[in-house]
Design a protein around this ligand. Structure first.
Ligand SMILES: C=CC1=C(C)c2cc3[nH]c(cc4nc(cc5[nH]c(cc1n2)c(C)c5CCC(=O)O)C(CCC(=O)O)=C4C)c(C)c3C=C
Ligand code: FE2
Length: 494
């Protein structure tokens, strides 16, 4: 029997519903397949090097599904596909987390910059990560805190994600599937570790892991999945927990239609609808993530925008559109075009009406409420744009939550097919397989943030970076000469 590693929607999957008013055909895309084409040796096929999981491609209706053939289990164990006697379904929503008060900003930033998926140092320098995270979070905190202050003193992310979890549980119940929905944040409360404790305590037997990022990036979903991978590895109860991961879902019909609904709704508010530029602003990532580590984020983002615009056009709106990337941190090159440059350029080209569409995240957060609504709006006005609109984040949008519930239902049949009570393959198999497909080599990348913005100009940034590097070298020299761990003392004295 073939068993499924990680799940993607297929045209023939159960619970696929046609929704009235949505005319796009969602592409049943299997990212891993595309990764193999796009990144050669980094693709799924390379997982054949691993001893026990052998992926196969089978054709399911109009798409491909990546599967594992259990005949390659070297111990000859059979896949456990049937649900256990006591079946308790759980859904784990993964998200970034955000500081709830201004006092939380610095420790939140520390957690973020201590993440090796955000600052990826070479192996030999990894011991410096907590130290660097301390420096960077300390330098960044005042600027970040200003942003959080402007939106009411903290991130709304926890509340919105909790609301999404409740709405999803309710939607699943309406569809006949009882499930506990848990929230696991990467950098703030409730941490992923806490969510896993609840999952264990509640006796969940089948778990669907759903990152709340429509598009996959090494720095977001990838980071959360890496964390889960290591937590699963070190905990026997979790090793036995059967799970599946929905790695990205930007191509789902329900999501695409929900986004198109919101865009059309906001477009209609303009006087001169046909002349409005639909301006997609995605959170950026450093260019090296895409070009050197094979992050599929850019490709998925472009395809996502194409699908949404196809749907908007199918509804009779022939507006032109732009995709740009915002929220660059530090002076390294990030994905281009940058949102601020694009807004200026559109102004120069004589665009007078602009509708901003946040696209990489499904909740309101600091970068929609402060960066887009305040900074970019002001920039647009300075650039000659006269009419401004912004599409709200999906939050608990009914069509969106309904589609997430469908995604969970479609994924459930594929949960834990490789499970075995004493076998570590199930959690590791799914997560590991997925992570190998996306970021197999985990090569060191130029840090996006070491050279820091400590002033207002590019040269100030450069000098700040140099000062930070010099400080590190001095500390290393002092450590080497004194034989004492100055770094350790500094970090634990926090
Ligand atoms: C898909 C979305 C996101 C990607 C990709 C991403 C990459 C990424 N982010 C940073 C640095 C920071 N991110 C911060 C906040 C933040 N980031 C995202 C999403 C993505 N990040 C969200 C939703 C939020 C806001 C959370 C909230 O509180 O509401 C911050 C802190 C805020 C600030 O100071 O700007 C930093 C710093 C890097 C370096 C990176 C890729 C390497
Ligand atoms: Fe970010």
């Amino acid at each position: 029997m073939a068993s499924f590693g990680f799940y993607q929607r297929t045209a023939s999957a159960p619970h696929v519903e046609e929704r009235a008013g949505c005319s796009s055909r969602c592409l049943p895309v299997i990212q891993a397949h595309r990764r193999t084409r796009a990144h050669g040796a980094r693709g799924v096929a390379t997982a054949t090097e691993r001893p026990r999981l052998m992926p196969q491609r089978i054709s399911a209706a109009s798409t491909d599904v990546v599967c594992f053939d259990d005949s390659h289990d070297t111990k000859g164990r059979q896949a456990a596909a049937a649900p256990p006697a006591v079946d308790k379904v759980g859904v784990l929503l993964l998200n970034l987390g955000g500081p709830e008060t201004l006092d939380d900003v610095k420790p939140f930033l520390f957690n973020l910059f201590a993440d090796p998926e955000i600052i990826r140092l070479p192996q030999a320098a990894q011991f410096l990560q907590p130290f660097l995270a301390t420096i960077i979070s300390t330098l960044r905190a005042p600027k970040s805190a200003e942003g959080y202050k402007a939106i009411g003193g903290g991130s709304p992310l926890r509340k919105i994600t909790d609301d999404q979890a409740s709405a999803l549980a309710e939607a699943l119940k309406t569809k006949g599937q009882a499930a506990n929905v848990y929230v696991g944040m990467r950098y703030w409360h409730p941490y992923t570790e806490e969510a896993l404790e609840h999952i264990k305590r509640d006796g969940v037997t089948r778990l669907v892991i759903l990152p709340l990022y429509p598009q996959f990036s090494i720095s977001t979903s990838g980071s959360s999945l890496r964390l889960l991978e290591s937590l699963f590895k070190s905990d026997l109860a979790l090793k036995q927990l059967r799970h599946t991961v929905i790695p990205s879902w930007y191509q789902r019909r329900g999501y695409v239609c929900a986004m198109a609904d919101l865009i059309v709704q906001e477009l209609r508010k303009f006087n001169e609808v046909p002349s409005v530029e639909v301006f997609f602003s995605a959170h950026g990532v450093p260019k090296s993530y895409v070009e050197e580590a094979g992050d599929p984020y850019k490709e998925e983002m472009e395809e996502c925008v194409r699908l949404i615009m196809e749907e908007v056009r199918a509804r009779g709106f022939a507006n032109s559109h732009t995709l740009a990337y915002q929220s660059r941190v530090g002076p390294a090159e990030w994905l281009k075009p940058y949102t601020d440059d694009s807004i200026r350029e559109l102004g120069q080209r004589g665009v007078k009406s602009l509708l901003a569409v946040p696209i990489s995240f499904v909740s309101e957060h600091i970068e929609t409420l402060e960066e887009i609504d305040m900074e970019y709006r002001e920039l647009a006005m300075e650039s000659g744009i006269r009419h401004w609109g912004r599409v709200p984040a999906l939050n608990t949008n009914t069509a969106f939550i309904d589609d997430l519930a469908d995604a969970v239902l479609e994924a459930l049949p594929y949960v834990g097919c490789l499970a075995g009570p004493t076998d570590s393959l199930v959690p590791l198999g799914d997560l590991e397989m997925l992570l190998q497909a996306y970021d197999r080599e985990r090569r060191a990348l130029p840090s996006p943030v070491v050279m820091w913005e400590w002033g207002w100009t590019k040269s100030a940034e450069t000098w700040n970076g140099r000062i930070a590097m010099l400080a590190i070298i001095i500390i290393l020299v002092l450590e080497a000469s004194s034989g004492q761990s100055i770094l350790k003392n500094l970090i634990w004295a926090q």
